[in-house]
Design a binder for this molecule. Structure first.
Ligand SMILES: *Cc1c(COP(=O)(O)O)cnc(C)c1O
Length: 400
């Protein structure tokens, strides 16, 4: 019977201490947030890297946009849900990425998950091979599972291995697929080498920049701007619910690829278009990202990253068995190894009013359980000092 079948599996995840629960936030997304049953917590876990999710200018744009556009889009893009607000945002995003993807056009999606499903299933047809980094995001993995293409995983960042796999591949279409910033480690893919491989082997490079868009690059245009890359072979996916502070995603690519997605991508065609008010609001988010305030927020974020890393480095030097990852992004994992140890640290911090998630297998490889800190431009130096002070105190008083 279904319910008993599910309950059996729920008991299994309980026995492994892997049951996930949702917490209820009672105030907007900010570093200091009120939580049901817990009160005020200082959090280091959102993807709101620039602190735009609760920015008053975006809240104003939302109310202004709602007066112009109402609440919903009413239909899918190909029926009647496509509006001038969507078209304007797509034109601007295409223009933003054009220095990196010549003649780029952009196509909006309701989420990055749906954009990745669209890319993998539409481009990954029977003629194609998808070469996917083994640490890629779940949405890319699900996309490769749905695709009719052959799929080859390559070990994380292993350019030499990938080169051999590409050389041996006989399908007419080859696509290399990678996260730009890996969400559990915070490291950045070697996009220049991956692009060189793509050019050498007549392949294409799909870049998922969920954690880079808005954050990397002088003007926040993401990982391609960071590396100064430009090629027609780049297929770019950026999300709009993380640093951009709203919701949604887009693909920027060669116009023919965009046209093919419009014709064939089921996660584009068979779903209601994003409300036009969100497209309207995202235009304001792009103003913030590329303007002086965005510059200043990215600079402050870098200062916070430096401060956190320096403090964690001291902790690692003083206590055994800790490891800091090689990351210059707002994603900063501290590897503790043991699952129980990571959970104990998470609870000890939580008892002190600080929320940092413990990430355990199977999300990360066995033996690499970790605390994953994510920073936002809304954090202050005092917030990071507080966090570090509590970590030092916990390690001295309750050595795990
Ligand atoms: C968050 C994320 C996505 C999914 O984006 P959503 O807009 O949240 O659906 C895709 N890829 C990566 C690497 C992500 O971190």
């Amino acid at each position: 019977m279904l319910i008993e079948h599910i309950n059996r599996q729920l008991r299994e995840i309980d026995a492994a201490a892997l049951r996930r629960k949702r917490r209820i936030g009672q105030t907007p997304c900010e570093p200091r947030q009120q939580w049901a049953g817990q009160g005020l917590m200082l959090t280091f876990c959102s993807n709101d890297y620039l602190g735009l999710a609760s920015h008053p200018r975006l809240a104003l744009a939302l109310s202004d946009g709602a007066r112009r556009w109402g609440a919903g889009s009413g239909a899918s893009h190909l029926v009647s849900g496509h509006s001038q607000a969507h078209a304007d945002l797509e034109a601007r995003l295409g223009h933003w990425l054009a220095p990196h993807v010549p003649d780029a056009q952009a196509l909006l999606f309701c989420s990055g998950y749906m954009a990745n499903i669209a890319l993998m299933t539409t481009l990954g047809d029977r003629e194609a091979t998808l070469f996917s980094d083994q640490l890629n995001h779940a949405s890319l993995i699900d996309g490769t599972r749905l695709a009719r293409a052959s799929v080859q995983l390559f070990s994380h960042g292993d350019i030499a291995a990938l080169s051999h796999q590409l050389a041996a591949c006989r399908t007419p279409v080859k696509l290399i697929v990678t996260d730009a910033v890996f969400s559990m480690d915070g490291d950045v893919a070697d996009l220049p080498s991956l692009l060189a491989l793509a050019e050498e082997h007549d392949a294409w490079l799909v870049v998922d920049d969920a954690h880079g868009f808005g954050v990397l690059g002088e003007r926040g245009r993401g990982s391609l701007e960071h590396f100064g890359l430009s090629s027609e072979r780049l297929i770019y996916m950026g999300t709009l619910g993380k640093a951009a502070g709203v919701s949604g995603a887009f693909v920027a690519a060669h116009p023919t690829i965009i046209q093919w997605l419009v014709q064939r991508a089921r996660s584009y065609i068979y779903t209601t278009a994003m409300p036009p008010v969100l497209a309207y609001t995202l235009n304001e988010a792009l103003d913030l990202i590329e303007g002086p305030e965005g510059m200043q927020r990215r600079a402050h974020l870098q200062t916070m990253i430096g401060q956190l890393r320096e403090g964690l480095r001291e902790l690692v030097a003083q206590h055994d068995g800790l490891r800091l990852m090689n990351s210059f992004t707002p994603i900063q994992p501290l590897i503790l190894g043991d699952n129980e140890r990571a959970l104990a640290m998470e609870s000890a911090l939580e008892a002190r009013g600080i929320r940092v998630p413990a990430i355990r297998p199977p999300t990360v490889p066995a033996g690499t359980a970790r605390l994953r800190f994510t920073l936002s431009a809304s954090h202050t130096q005092v917030d990071v000092d507080n966090l570090l002070q509590h970590m030092h105190d916990i390690w001295i008083k309750e050595p795990a």
